[in-house]
Write a protein that binds this ligand. Structure first.
Ligand code: F6P
Length: 557
């Protein structure tokens, strides 16, 4: 594998530095001077229409960013990823989430195995299972069909499935619902099971490694809840045999570690596998999406995968100058490294995408929140901005103040669809149109602002003119699609996967490991005895941790 190129040593970086130094952001002026600006900087990828024209760019900047991508070897690295090279060097793994959505009949040989037939074999098993649950053929231990599927997982084994389940609510089969338990806070599992009927509840334990403390603890709690409730109601007898029969009907698992699934007591027949070349945060399109496949059905899940694949093809085949994920990733580099932006807002004007920002936080920050490059050397630039957001218009009434008038530059992605799931009217008003008017108005307000003279012209008292000025030149990208279909949701996810990849390539980091989550996990195991009253273990903690634990022990009833 070639060494990472230090982006700051490239001619393109020097050019971008000069362009940044001489840049006087003036979106008003730029749009006035160039009536074709919107057209020139708008692109399509699959069903996505992406308008980059309200960014702080001109043709020279965009072309220098594309040069930067060329000079750091984005294309070679992309192709290495797509062909199954072990670009996840610290874990010595291929990175092949894109293989999960390659259509049947294709071939991709990785480490001596054609992975595509494997992918479709597992998909077939997931689809057959989903059909059985949906049709009522899969029955619980007392012979009743399932009404609730509870996914137990965390991180990539939760955030993707819950986000997509929420996004695709109109596609969920009536009478079936999914719930998602992730936190080891016992409140989570307790609250999410308290009103469920154990006879009609199916748990999906989703864990790539099947070692994750939160997931295994919650899975054991769920098993106890199920067995206790079934015994209490007389639905099953006491004893191990009855318990195993109940678990077989009410628990399935998704994991790369099928041996560990069996050790947990779940029949491997009821387990769906995947592979170590699928990163947790890139896994919603693997068997980790089983809860989604059950809820929306195999045909919709297949459309979802086709959406990913459309953007994969776009990323793989489109020249960089009009390659949407590459351009969006490069724009993020432009803002992080040249404007010193520390965060990036993602603002879906689609209530069904209310978990999208949470999902993206793991995708982007677990991927690019790193200080060393893939050869172990320190990074040479800032990396890993904070991603955050809430659906519009709620965000408008909360934090948009800071985006409009605060002292930090916060690039923002606005996402909307043309056709609502619920086309409601309020008197003469189509409510979706009111909603989208806000989307369009906000991006215009951020771009063009409001000058002091415009404020004065409204008769504003001079003393408060400064407070009512909007500086403008706040960059936004607008992403629109016809409707929030399974395919479009897949397209949006793949878009951000490849944006994240592009940024990681420029910064020279391995976007597919996550060593930064390990230390806290190790320490939690070490601290647990101290929390439980072991004085010797308590004595080994630092003074702050000792006093916190002592406070806890004194307060706990
Ligand atoms: O702690 C982080 C992490 O390793 C994520 O990368 C992963 O998505 C999550 O934990 C859950 O891991 P698993 O699917 O193995 O339970």
């Amino acid at each position: 594998m070639s060494e990472p190129v230090d982006p700051t040593t490239t001619p393109a970086w020097a050019r971008l530095t000069a362009l940044h130094e001489s840049l006087q952001p003036d979106l008003r002026g730029w749009f006035a001077a160039d009536p074709s600006r919107a057209k020139s900087f708008s692109f399509t990828a699959g069903d996505l229409y992406v308008d980059l024209s309200k960014n702080l760019i001109n043709a020279d900047i965009l072309s220098a960013l594309v040069d930067l991508a060329d000079q750091v070897g984005l294309v070679a690295r992309r192709d290495a990823m797509l062909s199954g090279e072990h670009i996840n060097v610290t874990e010595d793994r291929a990175v092949l989430h894109t293989a999960l959505r390659i259509p049947k009949g294709s071939s991709l040989v990785v480490d001596g195995t054609d992975v595509i037939p494997e992918v479709h074999k597992v998909l077939g098993k997931v689809y057959a299972f989903a059909d059985k649950v949906r049709s009522g053929e899969w029955v619980g231990v007392t012979g009743k069909p399932m009404t609730t599927v509870v996914n137990i997982g965390i991180g990539g084994s939760d955030l993707g499935p819950v986000m997509v389940y929420e996004a695709l609510q109109p596609y969920v089969q009536p009478g079936l619902r999914a719930r998602f338990v992730s936190n080891i806070d016992p409140t989570d599992v307790a609250e999410k099971t308290k009103d469920l009927d154990p006879e009609t509840t199916l748990f999906i334990v989703a864990s790539k490694t099947f070692t994750t403390l939160e997931t295994l603890t919650n899975a054991r709690l769920a098993r106890s809840w199920l067995l206790e409730a079934l015994r209490e109601s007389g639905a099953i007898e006491a004893g191990e045999e009855a318990a195993s029969a109940a678990v077989a009907k009410h628990f399935v698992a998704v994991s790369t570690a099928l041996d560990k699934v069996a050790a947990f007591g779940i029949d491997p027949e009821n387990a769906f596998g995947f592979w170590d070349w699928v990163g947790g945060r890139y896994s919603v399109d693997s068997a980790i999406g089983t809860s989604v496949a059950v809820a929306i059905g195999p045909a919709n899940f297949a459309d979802f995968l086709a959406g990913f694949h459309a953007i994969d093809r776009h990323f793989a085949e489109t020249e960089l100058a009009s390659n949407v994920p590459a351009l969006m990733g490069l724009l993020n580099v432009w803002y992080v490294n040249f404007f010193k932006a520390r965060s990036h807002a993602v603002l879906p004007y689609a209530q069904f995408l209310h978990r999208f920002a949470a999902y993206l936080q793991q995708l982007t920050m677990e991927s690019n929140g790193k200080g060393v490059r893939y050869d172990g050397s320190p990074v040479t630039t800032e990396t890993g901005e904070v991603f955050w957001g809430e659906p519009g218009t709620n965000g408008q009434h909360a934090f948009y103040q800071l985006i409009h008038q605060g002292t930090q530059l916060i690039p923002a992605d606005f996402i909307a669809v043309a056709n609502p799931a619920h086309p409601l009217v309020d008197g003469d008003n189509d409510v979706h149109e009111l909603f989208l008017a806000n989307f369009f108005a906000q991006t215009a307000a951020l771009a063009f602002g409001k000058t002091a003279d415009e404020v004065r012209a409204e008769g504003t008292a001079e003393a408060i003119v400064p407070a009512r000025v909007f500086p403008g030149n706040r960059p936004t990208t607008s992403i629109m699609a016809p409707a929030l279909t399974p395919s479009v949701v897949g397209q949006l996810i793949a878009l951000y996967e490849h944006i994240t990849f592009t940024q990681g390539v420029v910064w020279g980091i391995d976007s597919f490991d996550q060593w930064g989550v390990e230390l806290g996990k190790q320490l939690a195991l070490q601290v647990t005895p101290a929390v439980g009253g072991d004085e010797e273990a308590l004595g080994k903690q630092d003074p702050s941790t000792q006093s916190l634990i002592s406070y806890y022990r004194a307060q706990r009833n």
